[in-house]
Write a protein of this length. Structure first.
Length: 403
């Protein structure tokens, strides 16, 4: 098989996912086209240099509906011969787009792809598409569906994570994100967003709260306690699935959960021959990709079994990985990953994560892969793993190695 390489990885700054957020005026179409144009220009590529654009977005409705990937191609400077594929693996959509592109290259189905994703959560609200897993009782009741925040609280209860554990991780995420920005660690990859007049709209992640401390987080009310303990009785439903628990300990709140934001990211994937033909030097090889299904009630445990799977299939051990990016959907997700593998916190999300900077659903997977690569180069590390938990019980992972 042909090896697949990463030649470039870029992202937008993340804007607050509210009507007063800096990117609220920008559509998913425009931001996607901006990312396609930026990565094409940085590589000096012709309009038809890539085989396809594979683009993740989660809430595929309204202006994010249809085949947004094809619309973004037509709105960009890419040629009309480049098609476009929109995909949805919930929170892992951006990473799954990269994995699909890499595996197409490895199989010889095209020499190069642009992959990534977008989510404009200030304009297209999460869950506004009415997913069957949440609203169709014939499925939701049979699978003991509960909202994701309660799933995160169940993980904390099952594995003994306290409110203080979760809050400490959140404070660390904020501190690390601020330190990374101050040190210029995102400068290579973050592409500022401009309006139609070329004036800057946003140049820096907008969601961060670097002054956050334990006292501030302790003052916040658990976000999922009320919906868990009152009708429709999600806690009672969960306890039917997990009878070993006496109750659900609700520890998550806005400060130790991922932020709702707008953003997009793109990754240029190609073969060695593609790079040579276009004068590009590969930055990393995609060594392995994996996906897995998991318990749909607890739903957010996917990073553990998918990491076990990808390591097994790659013939590697956890000690072979120098750096980890584990999406901070909720603090308990990362705490469970570190607990399961005995992972050193100083090797996990070293530049902060979605608790500090936000989680633009369809883009996050591509974003954390780019962050992983940048840090591997800065710290002179050879291998890295990116992984995300996924709604309705799934996990996705990618291992990359520098070349």
């Amino acid at each position: 098989m042909t090896d697949a390489y990463i030649y470039d990885a870029i992202r937008s700054p993340r804007g607050r996912g509210r009507k007063d957020g800096a990117l609220h005026e920008v559509t998913a179409l425009k931001l996607s086209a901006d990312m396609l144009n930026a990565i094409r220009a940085r590589g000096g590529l012709g309009p038809d240099a890539v085989e396809d654009v594979i683009w993740g977005n989660v809430t595929q409705i309204g202006e994010q509906g249809g085949c947004l990937a094809r619309s973004a191609v037509l709105a960009s400077d890419l040629g009309e011969k480049v098609p476009g594929l929109s995909i949805n693996r919930f929170c892992a959509s951006g990473l799954e787009a990269v994995n699909l592109a890499a595996n197409q290259v490895r199989a010889g189905a095209g020499a190069a792809y642009i992959a990534g994703g977008v989510e404009m959560m200030s304009r297209v609200p999460m869950s506004s598409d009415g997913a069957a897993i949440a609203v169709d009782p014939s499925l939701a009741m049979r699978q003991y569906f509960v909202p994701q925040g309660i799933s995160a609280d169940i993980i904390a209860t099952l594995h003994g994570f306290s409110r203080a554990d979760a809050d400490a991780l959140a404070v660390r995420s904020q501190q690390r994100a601020q330190a990374a920005w101050d040190a210029g660690r995102f400068d290579r990859s973050v592409v500022p967003v401009h309006d139609i007049n070329g004036l800057p709209i946003l140049e820096r992640d907008e969601h961060m709260r670097p002054g956050t401390d334990m006292a501030a987080l302790e003052a916040l009310k658990p976000a999922f306690k009320d919906i868990g303990e009152t009708m429709p009785g999600f806690d009672q439903l969960a306890l039917m699935k997990y009878p070993q628990l006496e109750r659900v300990n609700h520890i998550h709140h806005a400060g130790n959960s991922s932020g709702i934001v707008d953003g997009a990211a793109a990754v240029l994937i190609g073969s060695r021959r593609f790079g040579e033909a276009n004068g590009l030097t590969p930055r990393a090889r995609i060594r392995a990709t994996a996906k897995i299904g998991t318990d749909p009630t607890i739903m957010l445990t996917g990073p553990v079994p998918v990491t076990e799977k990808i390591l097994r299939e790659a013939g590697m051990d956890i000690a072979d990985i120098g750096l980890f990016e584990v999406n901070e959907a909720f603090a308990a997700v990362v705490l469970r990953f570190m607990q399961a593998f005995g992972a050193d916190p100083d090797r996990v999300n070293v530049n902060g994560g979605a608790i500090a900077m936000g989680h633009p659903l369809g883009a996050t997977g591509a974003m954390i892969l780019g962050t992983l690569l940048d840090e591997m180069e800065r710290a002179d590390l050879e291998t890295g793993l990116a992984t995300l938990c996924v709604a309705s019980g799934m996990g996705a992972a990618t291992i990359i190695e520098r070349v």
